[in-house]
Ligand binder design. Sequence first.
Ligand code: GLN
Length: 491
Amino acid sequence: MATVPSISETISQFKRKDITVEEHTAKALDEAKKLNQDYFYYNVISEDLALDQARALDKKAAKQGIQESREKLFGIPLAVKDSICVKGIESSAGSRMLKGYFPVFNATVVQRAMNQGCVVIGKTAQDEFGFGAFSVNVGLGFAIPRNPFDKQRTTGGSSGGGVGITQKTGYAYASFVESTGGSIVEPASFCSVAGICPTYGRLSRYGLIDFSNSMDKIGTAAKTIQDAALLLEASAGHDNRDSTSSASPVPQYTSFVGKPVRGMRVGIIKEAFGEGVDPGVAASVRKGIEWLEQQGAQCDEVSLELPIKYGIPTYYLLGTSEASTNLAKYCGMRYGAADPLEGNFNSYFTKVRSHHFSEEVKRRIMLGTFARMAGFRDAYYLKAAKVREKMLQEYKHLFSTYDALVSPTVAIQPPTFSEIEKLTPLQHYMMDMLCVGPNITGLPHLNVPLPFSKGLPVGMMLIGDHFQESKLIQLGSAVEEQAMKHKAIQQ
Ligand code: GLN
């Protein structure tokens, strides 16, 4: 298979006039439609919007001279997770409750990417409201996306459609994804793409359909770390519309790709290589660590207890409590789906919610509502918030010595759908064991695709201190370069 051009190579093709943005976009749309028949990566393909944007870019380039165009993502196809609003395009967070919702505004990140020349191809498939790790918890009437390497397997979740198309496409793509507890790096690992979950507050959440406000982060995915970093750079920065967005300056993330790693210090999380980790996954991640050492990084084993031991219960208490309050507004009156008005408010509210939410959403509403009940708040939500503080202290202590921490992203490789069917809800929740920690504490983390084991993807996760995305990009690209050489030899 011919290698896929990068974002900058694609922009050069436009500058050389090898192809117009409109022609390129038409091809990307055809591909999206074709792939959707078997892989279901998109909930909506925004053909009219994409072609309008493409024509406008061609026109602008003709007017000012294509060589003069300064947009960092000129003409690049953009896939947007369904939970991130795009003006005029149905944005339902994968839920039947939000079918028919056409936002009248763009999420800030989408607007920024468009300002840099991105062309929105569509809204990508996900677990309903982000509630899942395999993209099988899709809303009623939605299709389940398939792993690009084996259709019988999961893409991971909840950002499954976004990473699936990013891997499967033959074009340079940029993709907006979202993570509350692991929904960027986990599917990125299962589909072998670069996925960056930035520091909480690095990218504006304005226009993101909430799951858990204290943990939600929009992030980026692409075939390479360079391209994921480019989208991050184009969309980061303070936003008056999101009071939790950070005002700290945005570095030029792409300038850290390929920077020497000699002298950097990396902590290998001992607990993340223990029981339950697939030996092939562990071996591949160890190889990645060896590559870092060969390039002069100092890697030592470290211990990280709390996030691995208590991460899952802490995450599910915080996450479901916040989600259950966020979902209360979908009551059939002002927001979301409505049914014919009958009965009193209680019976109507119950009917609408029973009818339009799927099972997992109901489970989370019940868990979260229970945890927030009068008398239980101190025992659950507030306790979880305290554990979060303790975890942060443990990470901060390690970051006083180390530039980054490393572990497998997920302990296993993408399971088949029939294996997933056999899991209990708790086993399903355990999938994020290694990646809930940085999510709870708002720390940036990155999935680096590694050489495959048994023909399936493996990912390495690098975790950094707050606002240290650049270091992750630097270290990650050092591993990525070796992984690509390895792949070239194998082919
Ligand atoms: N898998 C986790 C969950 O089910 C994380 C989801 C997410 O990050 N949106 O909640």
